[in-house]
Design a protein around this ligand. Structure first.
Ligand code: NAP
Length: 541
């Protein structure tokens, strides 16, 4: 088979490089109009390739302005069980399908996503309030994941290898460890799929993460029951678009099942049901760890591919290019309102430049336009939900009582029904619990430091270990940071963003400590292996 080189989709970059930025904007604006035509409908679940309805519905509205996106089925435990049965049945043939055939279907799926890119991105912006650049970038990332994993499967020839040892010519004793065979022994060593995976996705990257986890499971031969986020942050229509794209690419009935319904019911059933062999989950640490404990507590040893939260630090040394650090920190902390697992939420700045850094940072964020993310130049859209506003406002109160609020902290009036807030910058002191807890809203805590080693220790002194950044031109500091920082994704002197914006094929995305289970990254050479188990099969003739 001819090898295909992996290239990133990079839509916005390509339009800009070709001097066609206006065309990019026109395509997105047109897609917004198209998306609106799809809103307000009632959608079924899809189990075993068939439409399935539930007794109750979930109403999905946009966090931007309350636009009705659609009515979806409120799936129950019984629906999860139906989907597990359908997935088990489909596994019987899908699990035995040649890996080249599976890779070809997923390559086609990437093309289908690419064809529908702008419309899916427009729906995404409505669903979770992302700007057009973030939304198109996320669909690009989904496409990149799919193509990257198809490549990996092909390059590794389906993760099968054969070994053999010539029979012994001498007469040797048998029956002890290491005794050579007297006949030819041929061994097949292969990675085989587990069976059925439950794929449970978060609201903040509902397309790229859902498509990435699902592709990881299915391209390796498992079948999937997919549950998008459906509680106070809903991404049900983009979840459906993923289903439609996979089906358009030719995935057989029952290989990918779409079940909308609450995590406490549909998600919990996937975790507790014996018919599910593995769970691919991305979401909060509390849900991730409780799922694992529940499953093991029930005596079930499922495979877990689990990505969780972050409390991502940046160190700005006295040897930093301050302007680069300001741009990098501002975008990492406040892009998509800080609602990225990789968002920077803590900055340690050398005392000698702290006030200068803060003043430049405030100037920078003051220029961020806050409002309707469907509009071209808006940088910060709405918070995802009322719960996120509660977290933001309670944290701001706490800062006012026990620290120094340096900027922001208020609601912004946009004339829209959604919840819009200022980016907030604060100092609270290193013992404050806000330094350790993931807030997932646009609040950045700044602390000064004297000694680089102390700043590193504080950066590491949290349960999480997802992303981290450093701004320094000093080689010794860079080396020390590289040696000691406890994070899976590390950026040094990155101007575009201090902690966010991993690119498939360039970086991998992986958490350490409480940010992940397994320590293998998405978009990585080691990702697919997590969805399979190894088998050594010896045949002596
Ligand atoms: P979440 O509240 O943990 O929800 C994630 C998913 O889990 C949703 O689909 C939810 O379903 C489901 N769920 C909730 N309770 C469940 C249960 N008892 N059993 C099974 N499933 C259950 O997370 P989120 O608010 O959507 O996303 C934000 C979090 O994800 C942050 O912590 C962020 O750091 C993390 N994240 C991590 C990464 C990474 O790669 N490390 C990437 C993105 C996000 P319902 O909504 O339907 O209830």
């Amino acid at each position: 088979m001819a090898k295909q080189a992996f290239t990133n989709e990079s839509t916005y970059k390509r339009f800009v490089e070709q001097g066609k930025e206006q065309e990019f904007d026109d395509l997105f604006d047109k897609a917004v109009e198209e998306a609106k035509k799809q809103f307000g409908k009632t959608h079924p679940m899809y189990i075993g390739g068939k439409e399935v309805l539930s007794r109750e519905r979930i109403e999905e509205r946009s966090p931007i302005d309350g636009t009705l996106i659609g009515h979806f089925q409120k799936g129950t435990r019984e629906h999860a069980q139906m989907a597990i049965d359908a997935a088990r049945k489909a596994f019987l043939s899908w699990g035995l399908t040649d890996y080249r055939e599976r890779a070809a279907i997923f390559r086609k799926a990437a093309d289908v996503f690419s064809k529908h890119k702008f419309i899916v991105a427009a729906i995404l912006s409505y669903e979770n309030g992302k700007s057009r650049y973030e939304s198109v970038g996320e669909v690009d990332e989904a496409i990149d994941f799919i193509r990257y994993y198809a490549n990996e499967l092909e390059v590794n020839r389906g993760f099968v290898r054969r070994t053999t040892m010539e029979k012994s010519t001498a007469k040797v004793a048998a029956g002890f460890q290491g005794a050579p065979s007297s006949k030819n022994e041929k061994v097949l060593i292969r990675m085989v799929p587990f069976g059925v995976f439950g794929v449970i996705a978060p609201f903040n990257f509902p397309i790229s993460i859902s498509a990435g986890m699902s592709t990881g499971a299915m391209i390796t031969g498992n079948t999937v029951v997919f549950k998008p986020s459906s509680s106070d942050s809903m991404t049900l229509l983009t979840g459906l678009k993923i289903y439609e794209s996979f089906r358009e690419a030719g995935l057989p009935d029952g290989v990918f099942n779409y079940v909308s319904g609450p995590g406490s019911e549909v998600g919990d059933e996937l975790v507790a049901n014996r018919g599910v062999d593995g769970i691919a989950f991305t979401g909060s640490r509390s849900v991730g760890t409780s799922m694992i404990m529940k499953s093991y507590g029930l005596g079930l040893q499922k495979a877990f591919v689990v990505e969780m939260g972050g409390k991502n630090p940046v160190i700005v040394s006295k040897n930093a290019d301050i302007d680069d650090a300001v741009i990098g920190v501002a975008s990492a902390a406040f892009g998509f309102d800080g609602q990225k697992c990789s968002a920077c939420s803590r900055v340690y700045v050398h005392d000698s430049i702290k006030e200068q850094f803060i003043s430049k940072l405030i100037d920078k964020v003051r220029g961020f336009r806050i409002g309707n993310p469907l509009e071209k130049s808006v940088y910060m859209g709405p918070l995802i939900s009322q719960n996120a506003w509660k977290t933001y406002s309670e944290a701001v109160e706490k800062i006012k009582q026990s620290g120094r609020l340096l900027y922001g902290g208020n609601k912004v009036s946009t004339g829209l029904q959604g919840i819009y807030v200022e980016p907030a910058i604060a100092e609270v002191g290193k013992t404050n619990e806000l330094v350790k807890r993931e807030l997932f809203v646009p609040i950045l805590i700044i602390e000064g430091y004297k000694d680089f080693g102390d700043a590193l220790n504080e950066a590491n002194d949290v349960d999480y270990g997802l992303t981290a950044g450093l701004y320094s031109k000093n080689k010794k500091e860079i080396r020390e940071f590289m040696d000691k920082i406890e994070a899976g994704v590390v950026y040094i002197n990155r101007e575009t963003s201090a902690t966010t914006g991993a690119i498939v094929g360039l970086h991998t995305f992986v958490g350490w400590k409480g940010s992940s289970v397994g320590g293998k990254g998405s978009g990585s050479k080691f990702y697919l292996q997590q969805f399979m188990r190894e088998q050594s099969m010896s045949l002596t003739k």
